[in-house]
Design a binder for this molecule. Sequence first.
Ligand SMILES: O=C(CO)[C@@H](O)[C@H](O)COP(=O)(O)O
Ligand SMILES: [Co+2]
Length: 217
Amino acid sequence: MIKVAPSILSADFANLQRDVQLAEKAGADSIHIDVMDGQFVPNLSFGMKTVADLRPVTSLTLDCHLMIVEPEHFVEQFAKAGADLIGVHVESTRHIYHVLQLIKQAGAKAEVVVNPGTPLSMISEVLPLVDQVLIMTVNPGFGGQHFLEPMPAKIKALAAIKQEHGYDFDIQVDGGINATTVKQCYDAGATVAVAGSFVFDSSDPAARIQDIKVATN
Ligand SMILES: O=C(CO)[C@@H](O)[C@H](O)COP(=O)(O)O
Ligand SMILES: [Co+2]
């Protein structure tokens, strides 16, 4: 069964505590926090303060997906705010190896993220370092987009590399995930699914979290 990380980008920003606690009660495995700077992606969202304020209201892993240029300037602050796992895009820095080292030194789990158009060869040297790889299944920046159909082949290719080298990182997918697309990702080797609009745009978010789990059972 796949692990589920609801993305609070689609939650009610005036009721984040309520929505995070609802997700926890519904069986979510972590909370996905999308951090956007208006530069790396054309949107703005949360910062460190949101992470710090959510830290005491849930015992779930706080998974911070940084969509910001030069994340090296911020990873320590996110770890201090309470992020358990910090994801950085390979396209967002000249120094991906160094940033991942900084995340681990700060005591958090390290994740490398790849955009749909970025080949897996761009991350091969950092795979021994990471706890999780995030394969974007939409172009980053917004919730509610359509799943990109060619992405399961990329997940499958990463799962093969993982097996060949005996790596034990999780493979997360993010974007356009629902009870149908999650099955394709899971069958290809994904172990964690982010879901935003499918969960929080529903009148019954708890049921949607279970739908994703049941689809991969
Ligand atoms: O990182 C992102 C978007 O850039 C995501 O985490 C979205 O929040 C996913 O939203 P849905 O596609 O599930 O609605
Ligand atoms: Co995300």
